[in-house]
Design a protein around this ligand. Structure first.
Ligand code: MG
Length: 159
């Protein structure tokens, strides 16, 4: 049995925050605002995985009103999502992530993001794609107000 999932997330860019994408801290004058570490890519990835398994979403699993998740490491949350999937018999077939950001340039950081995400999911790096694009100066990502991420995934259940 295979299932497809889709996840989408947005966080606002502000001064005085770290920029963490796919578990990688990227040197930049702005960072993403959020209750956790605001790793928009990892959040979209978790929602894609949970969506494919019809197990809810990260808002339900890790409520942003809960102080336990203040400043939370999203890679650690991804490990927990992966454990939940495995409890239900699901393994990751592949994930394909697209980050929408006008700046900074993300390509140099993509190999490290893929390695970290693959390690958290216990899969080979070849099963994890990360791509980055600008939106040509258009909309909220183009103006630099925020960063968005889309993720699609396939889960496989051999039960
Ligand atoms: Mg989020």
């Amino acid at each position: 049995m295979i299932r497809i999932g889709h996840g989408y997330d947005v966080h606002r860019l502000v001064e005085g925050r770290r920029l963490i994408l796919g578990g990688v801290e990227i040197p930049w004058k702005l960072g993403l605002l959020g209750h956790s570490d605001a790793d928009v890519l990892t959040h979209a990835l978790m929602d894609a995985l949970l969506g494919a398994a019809a197990l809810g979403d990260i808002g339900k699993l890790f409520p942003d009103k809960d102080p336990a998740y203040e400043g939370a490491d999203s890679i650690e949350l991804l490990r927990r999502v992966d454990s939940l999937l495995r409890e239900h018999g699901w393994t990751v077939g592949n994930v394909d992530c697209t980050v929408l950001a006008q700046a900074p340039k993300l390509a140099p950081h993509v190999p490290q993001m893929r390695e970290g995400l693959a390690a958290a999911l216990g899969v080979d790096v070849s099963q994890v794609s990360v791509k980055a694009t600008t939106e040509e100066g258009l909309g909220f990502t183009g103006s630099g107000e925020g960063i968005a991420a889309h993720v699609v995934c396939i889960l496989v259940n051999r039960v």
